[in-house]
Ligand binder design. Sequence first.
Ligand SMILES: [Zn+2]
Ligand SMILES: [Zn+2]
Length: 316
Amino acid sequence: MSTMTLLRVLATTFLLVSLVVINSPTFAVGHTNQISGNNPFGFVHQLKGARRGQSIEGLRDVKQYLQKFGYYLNDDNKDTYANVDQNDDDDEFDEFLEAAIKRYQRTYRIPVSGALDHATTSQMMIPRCGVSDHGVILALRRFGDDRFFPGKPKWNKNHLRYKFGPKSRPPAGLKEATIKAAVDKAFQSWKNVTNFTFEYVASRTAEAEVEISFYSRDHGDNPPFDGPNGTLAHAFAPRAGLIHYDADEKWSDDPSPMEVDLESLGLHEIGHALGLLHSYYYAAVMYPYFGPGQVKRELQRIEIEAIRDLYNLPSK
Ligand SMILES: [Zn+2]
Ligand SMILES: [Zn+2]
């Protein structure tokens, strides 16, 4: 085969591959390649361009999304654990939705339009941690520090044991040794920047401060997981010690663009379990969104400072 023929074959192959990729619903959306074919947040795509005054079927799902992730205020404007306002569960693009979208845009440094523009819907569709961003509003309202859970809950001991939960159901084909190795590394990273020591306990029924489990869909807490993509994992503030991975994701210790990194999400969720809320600095491990295949295994200065602040350690 001459060089020219080879080039032509390569070019044709590239073109074919590109066409398949472009036509695949999996890659239909924007610059971030986020998955919309099988995406619990994919409903946002249909609403692109919506703005105040319009009534479009599906806007109630946007309201639910923004309520779930902490962008609505309660009626009394005091508590950021905003529950669903019963009267606001319709498809009207009202002033409250516009205000919630503006808060969301400010948080993610998107130009503040108050509309569901391209930049906003693209951001909203990326898979993410299920823990609410409500700390942002806390800070905006000057009621507290957006780096920590309200009331700054934290552990009162330095040695924490961890185990896998007795009801944990990791996806078939994912070896427990693989999960443990990734989780061990994540704990090690937090140990390196704090006074914590962590100890793995093999017995699932033994006592341990932190319990890690894989669950699907509704698993007895709120909000439930949502199948592949969408919400990837969540964790609870100290001293609950609960970290849950969504068992319907494609987890890996060496993720392809279609997989989710066990260690990165472990590092993120342990951060919550130790008392940190989200960070809105894109490079931070505690940033809520994780694009397909994204790996973040190194704690950034901003979150190291935060955890050391929380536990009254001198800054590093
Ligand atoms: Zn999170
Ligand atoms: Zn859970």
